[in-house]
Design a protein around this ligand. Structure first.
Ligand code: PBG
Length: 331
């Protein structure tokens, strides 16, 4: 006689008290699983709220250092920096991206000097620097040129590494850029600078508030479907990940997050490497809007979505809720 079904077996038994739920929990979430994206702006002692990202601001370099210190104190291991480049420094080819004294490099240097125990992740792509809002150099037909863009991205990665970036995160989706950046980093002796590849980055409707934050939203001509992935595709994501790993990526990212948990799971199962998700600006804004409308409890929504990324196989999550979530987890 077996006891494999009701009433011998009651799955509610292990759920019946908090100590028991904790004992059988399959997934954990801690501040160490969070990366905090931060927006940098010119000026001193500035905080500029971003209308489409309620609760998120752009900070001047001095205040960014304070945010990095706050992150370290909360147990968040890494911050991700994004610049709001002043309009007069944006150009067709995005030259400001390779200026060793640009806003990103100054913020990176300031944090690495003041908060040496936190990781600094820097995006590599030209969209915060181009006058047209695309991630690369555009030809007369409006197409983003792969190889010409890649050469600039390599220079961008090098100025960021020299400024003290610990993780280079190419978000541009040009073919071959991870290998080219790895080769250049090795040649300059940056053996310990990691590459986190935005390996499976989709042409998504969820990036709108981010583009407002970096000031490229109103500028963008057309869309990014010629280089970012089609949301219909999953096999292609596995090919992207395989290539980026072969080219030397240390870790890979899937982006956006919640609508793409299936991709995260497949990447994790296939490759057994550290996988990260970017819970992007539109996802953040949806949670905030739901909470503001009384459709859900903000703290519970935040923690449940972050736990879901961990369950799907993520080592960590880039999230604008990082500091808030860490406070909840540390309480
Ligand atoms: C730039 C970049 C984008 C995001 C991160 N890096 C926007 C885009 O590709 O248009 C989006 C992040 C977010 O929405 O939070 N290449």
């Amino acid at each position: 006689m077996t006891h494999s079904s009701y009433p011998s077996l009651r799955l509610r038994r292990t759920r019946s008290s908090q100590w028991s739920r904790a004992m059988v929990a399959e997934t954990t979430l801690s501040p160490a699983n969070l990366i905090w994206p931060l927006f940098v702006t010119e000026g001193v002692d500035l905080e500029e709220p971003i209308a489409t990202l309620p609760g998120v601001s752009r900070w001047s370099v001095d205040n960014i250092v304070a945010r990095a210190r706050e992150a370290a104190d909360l147990g968040i291991p890494c911050v991700a920096l994004f610049p709001n480049t002043p309009a007069h420094l944006r150009s067709e080819r995005g030259e400001e991206a390779t200026n060793a004294n640009n806003l990103m490099c100054r913020a990176t240097r300031a944090i690495s000097e003041a908060v040496p125990n936190i990781g600094i992740l820097t995006d590599v792509a030209l969209d915060p620097y181009t006058a047209h809002g695309h991630d690369g150099v555009v030809d007369a037909q409006g197409r983003v040129l792969n190889d010409e863009t890649m050469a600039i991205l390599v220079e961008q990665a090098l100025v960021l590494a020299r400024a003290g970036a610990n993780i280079i995160a190419p978000s541009d989706m040009m073919d071959g850029r991870v290998g080219a950046i790895r080769t250049a980093l090795e040649a300059e002796g940056f053996h310990d600078v990691q590459i986190m590849a935005y390996a499976a980055k989709y042409a998504s409707a969820f990036y709108g508030p981010f583009r407002d934050a970096v000031g490229s939203g109103g500028l963008l001509k057309g869309d990014k479907r010629g280089y970012q992935m089609n949301p219909a595709n999953a096999e292609e994501a596995l090919r992207e990940v395989a290539l980026d790993l072969a080219e030397g990526a240390d870790t890979v990212m899937v982006k956006p997050g919640l609508p793409y948990l299936d991709i995260i799971r497949r990447v994790k199962e296939r490759f057994e490497v550290p996988v990260f998700a970017y819970q992007v600006s539109g996802e953040y804004a949806m949670i905030e809007a739901a909470a503001a409308a009384g459709a859900g409890d903000r703290d519970a929504l935040v923690l449940e979505t972050l736990l879901a990324f961990r369950r799907a196989g993520c080592s960590g999550v880039l999230t604008y809720h990082a500091a808030h979530a860490a406070r909840l987890l540390n309480a």
